[in-house]
Design a protein around this ligand. Sequence first.
Ligand code: EPU
Length: 427
Amino acid sequence: MDAIRIRGGAPLRGSVRISGAKNAALPILCATLLSDGGSRLRNVPALRDIQTTAALLRFLGRDVAVAAPEVSVAPGSDVRPEAPYELVKQMRASVLVLGPLVARFGRAKVSLPGGCAIGARPIDQHLKGLEAMGCRIRLEHGYVLAEGPGRGGRLQGAEVCFDIPTVTGTENLMMAAALAKGRSTLVNCAREPEVEELGRVLNKMGAQVDGAGTDVIHVVGSDRGALAPFDHAIIPDRIEAGTYMVAAAIVDGSDVVIEGAELSDMEALIVKLRAAGVEVASDGQNVRVRRAGPLRAVNVTTAPHPGFPTDMQAQFLVLMCLARGESVITETIFEHRFQHVPELQRMGATVALRGNTAVVQGVEALHGASVMATDLRASASLVIAGLVATDETEVRRVYHIDRGYEQIEQKLGRLGARIERVKGADA
Ligand code: EPU
């Protein structure tokens, strides 16, 4: 397995262009199952999760050509509405094929994703919503078997209230509702920009989706049996942008311009960065990030959008490791999302974990070490720690980073970081 080796301390200077949003691309690729024509998605990041989704769509019978930043999906000869464990276990977002498959083909067999490194992550809200649309659901041998009303008939529009806002749950039900009979009302929806983006694409496909990006979404199902194909360029990745902002903030003397980020999607992070003493300035197009003096301790609690994103918690926690004073970081979305903490402690961070809270006492410096993590954002946080640490840091199991950060070592290298990929390092 590859590793990333960093010699810390080099200030980051210059500009970095943000890639398309992984978590927008994944549901939109799955939405191609709702149509019969050839669709084209642009500004797609070159990431392992995109390859996994392409492999899944091919398995389902689609012709998929990935030439990042473009992906085209055409109908294949035969559709097999079945997502096997081998693919779903590589990427939980594979569950996003469930809604489109059952809406379009009247049945679906999708492996249950199982637990993952950051928490149990059940899909009960997805299933409850599909049942409200008349779907019969059975769980057998680790698979969800879903069948439309009657014998694989058309879904019925329904009123669904999510017990908690769920991003992929909201997306699955929007796609299912787009081909259901009549009107659906989804209440307590996730308001993430990626949900809003899926709504835009579904409308381009001829669906009638209203309210995506708010907590109540109305969908009027199309009577045509399939939606139209689309051509769409996806929004920038707010989590990638946020990760580079924190990287720029952490190394003293850095001055980085982030190109192509959508600041209005990142307000909670920007408020917290400014409170910590980081200068974030926008000229309407690009964002410039610099440190304005010592870092101040700031408390953060993760929350569904527009709150502070759980996907930025690990990176922000690293920043707080070097702030003056004590900060309290509370994780409310996923129960096991502090895997970076024991690794950071090995680098000299002072962090006490109490349930879903991390109490961070800022230290003068972090020190290089061999570290690894078992999820994407935790791994990114260790790279950030390596950028500022004394001596050398080796981040192992880079596999996770490749799922979600396009060319991270090249992008950081161009900003002046002393960073390299070591092929086939020990796991
Ligand atoms: N939940 C349930 N039941 C459900 C669905 C969710 O209890 O049926 C719970 C989850 O266990 C969690 C909370 O609801 O406690 C919110 O989870 P959500 O369903 O919103 O997460 P997700 O849709 O599985 C997406 C992103 C994640 C991101 C979360 C939260 C995609 C493909 N994934 O996951 O991204 O952390 O929303 O914002 O959109 C990442 O990119 O690193 C990543 C993990």
